[in-house]
Design a protein around this ligand. Sequence first.
Ligand code: MG
Ligand code: MG
Length: 255
Amino acid sequence: MKKYRGVFLKNAAEIENLRQANRIVSRILDALGEAVAPGRRTMEFEELADRLCREYDVKPAFKGYGGFPYTLCCSVNDEIVHGFPSDRVVQEGDIVSFDMGVIYEGFYGDSARTYPVGTIDPETERLLRVTEESLMLGIEAARPGNQLHDISRRVQEHVEGAGFHVVRRFVGHGVGRRLHEKPEVPNFVPRGMPGLPLKAGMVLAIEPMVTVGTHEVEILEDNWTAVTKDGSMAAHFEHSVAVTANGPQILSLSE
Ligand code: MG
Ligand code: MG
């Protein structure tokens, strides 16, 4: 695989494999979204994700990754990312973030969505909308001729312009034959962020994590679950995106 400044550039065949991996992730997220309802235990979502991995004949990417024990990252309300499925029952008004990854033919798919459980309050609804919008604005900037920090800036400006906050502790990443490749894709522009021109063949997992209150994070005693320090709600949307000569291509779509 060719490299540009430490970043693997994928050829058309590799991008097609990544598209297939991500399409499966997207279909699993669709099914999870349909399963979300008040009264469900989050472990039921894990079981569904596991069953669908078997049906699609793919390996779950997260199970065992760095010791993570589950197929699905399932994060409720103030949990931002890396939540454990459990006997916790989701209630009307909750939100649940699913982050899902699979390995298909040696290539990783990685995508995430936050779903409302029944009817949620207007401010939380706005959080979900703004987070997803910021993702789409970041994706729009993922084209040759732009810099990596153009993606980060678009996300940050949209989120902060809406009065919300972007998490700094966790960032997006390149994705390919490994789950986490270079470059890091922050959802904010760190001071002194070096320039990285975007090149056709880069595949980036762009994944804003957005909070209502502080961007500060705490990790629970399970050593994984990241929650907002102030207990405010958090949302997470992620797409894997190929940078191409014709502009950004979202790989994590169901069709
Ligand atoms: Mg992910
Ligand atoms: Mg990711």
